[in-house]
Ligand binder design. Structure first.
Ligand code: FCB
Length: 467
């Protein structure tokens, strides 16, 4: 155990806020931006709730100054945002679009003027549509396109941006995008999902190598969405095996190649009926395991799983069976009495500690950052316009404590980014799910700091839970 004050985080702990391009920017056709797979998908009837799209979203493209001022007001020390690939390199290959890059230059300058560290995600799901038309992530060439794009974005912003992550949640891009199809581009073919996974990881490794060669001092990493996993009944061999399989597909199939340079053998065997992993070429795993300066972890909840039972109905959305290639028969359970968020995700803060400690224990040392954590709740606006989101305040507080517990247990956690700064376009759920510390009235674009934002201001100010 490391000895630290129970309420305070180590000096220099980074308190940040996170967003993603398609979820907040809007300005979908402005200044040379061309469609991404999320434009196409959200404009396809039936793909998002209510037919919602990111056309306007939070109009952050025009209101970024106001949004940076909000961050400053909340005492946020770092801002994690993503670059929209089709804004800066329309079509996904060839020359860069100066107007698109200029937006991010203005944003970065604004952040630095407010002493907020810019933290760039190069890919948060908005693949240029042309690259999907050429085969998308199941096509190996997309990895090379990504590395080229990454190097050029770094060349434009690298003098002022020092922290870079390549991908946000490749699990979602690969399996929700190409296996279950509940996310863009909406394809439903498990072997493509696995090929997409490998090429996302390959693109990560190639980009890390290329940026490293250009800028040895840059801090480089990737963000994975990791889950705590439990068997429904720890005494049941079937449930234990279900937990092993889901841990394999959610966590280890990404952690192992990135940090250990290999795919987990048991998971490859689980997947043998779907893919022979013929997409892996000599040298790929070495590339994928290029040394990192940081690992970003997005943590939201725990999966409690059980052995197959044909009488139990399938779960909707990302727990849709086909989001889990080769383990479509595993049951996802909800524990009676455990509170859930508006996403129907169980609130499980100890799972965050468990996840951090597990990564620290089972993998080679790498500085860890929580790059997303937060909760959707159906907020109520009071007559005076305020939002007293007590449930979100409680969610955040419990997870701050969980981070603190992980540090006390020796996990090298250096920062935390709340998801999200603003209410925003929640993918297939459209605007129905609100994750923000700041409410957005989509009709007027008015921003209102919620109670959770006011609470976060106290946390950033005291570097912890005092006050
Ligand atoms: C994560 C995504 C992020 C947001 C949160 C709620 O999977 O990275 O964009 O949608 O979930």
């Amino acid at each position: 155990m490391t000895s630290i004050d129970p309420l305070t985080f180590p000096p220099g702990f980074l308190w940040g806020a996170a967003t993603a391009s398609y979820q907040i920017e809007g300005a979908a056709t402005e200044d040379g931006r061309t469609p991404s797979i999320w434009d196409t998908f959200s404009h396809t009837p039936g793909k998002t709730l209510g037919g919602d799209t990111g056309d306007v979203a939070c109009d952050h493209y025009h209101r970024y100054r106001e949004d940076v001022a909000l961050m400053k007001d909340l005492g946020v020390g770092a801002y994690r945002f993503s670059i929209a690939w089709p804004r800066v390199q329309p079509g996904g290959s060839g020359p860069m679009n100066a107007q698109g890059l200029d937006f991010y230059r203005r944003l970065v300058d604004e952040l630095l003027e407010h002493d907020i560290l810019p933290w760039v995600t190069l890919y948060h799901w908005d693949l240029p549509q042309e690259l999907e038309d050429a085969g998308g992530w199941p096509n190996r060439d997309t990895a090379a396109r990504f590395a080229e794009y990454a190097v050029q974005v770094h060349a434009a912003l690298g003098d002022r941006v020092r922290n870079w992550t390549t991908f946000n949640e490749p699990w979602c891009s690969a399996f929700l995008g190409y296996a279950s199809g509940v996310h863009a581009p909406g394809r439903q073919h498990a072997p493509d999902g696995l090929a997409a996974m490998h090429h996302l990881l390959l693109g990560h490794g190639e980009a890390v190598r290329a940026i490293r060669a250009a800028d040895p001092e840059a801090k480089l990493g990737i963000t994975l969405n990791l889950y705590a996993i439990s068997p429904a009944d720890p005494a049941s061999p079937g449930d234990l095996d279900a937990a092993r399989r889901i841990d394999g597909l959610a966590n280890r199939i990404f952690l192992d190649p990135v940090l250990l340079g290999r795919y987990p053998e048991d998971v490859r065997q689980d997947l043998a009926g779907i893919s022979d992993f013929g997409f892996v070429r000599d040298g790929d795993l070495e590339t994928i395991a290029a040394p990192l300066d940081l690992l970003g972890i997005n943590y939201y909840s725990r999966h409690v799983v059980g052995a197959p039972d044909p009488d139990v109905p399938a779960e909707p959305y990302w727990r849709a069976p086909t989001s889990w290639p080769g383990s479509e028969d595993v049951r996802f359970l909800k524990r009676p009495g455990v509170p859930v968020t508006d996403m129907d995700w169980e609130v499980d803060a100890p799972g965050l500690t468990e996840t951090l400690v597990r990564v620290a224990k089972e993998y080679p040392p790498v500085p860890l950052y929580i790059t997303e954590n937060g909760a959707a709740y159906a907020d109520t606006v009071e007559p005076d316009g305020s939002v007293d989101d007590a449930d979100r305040v409680a969610y955040f507080d419990a997870h701050f404590r969980a981070c603190h517990d992980a540090i006390a247990a020796g996990a090298p956690l250096h920062g935390y980014f709340a998801w999200s700064l603003l209410d925003n376009f929640e993918w297939a759920w459209g605007y129905t799910k609100r994750f923000g510390m700041v409410r957005v009235d989509y009709a007027t674009q008015q921003r209102t700091i919620k109670a959770s934002g006011h609470r976060y201001r106290e946390v950033t100010k005291h570097n912890g839970l005092a006050g």
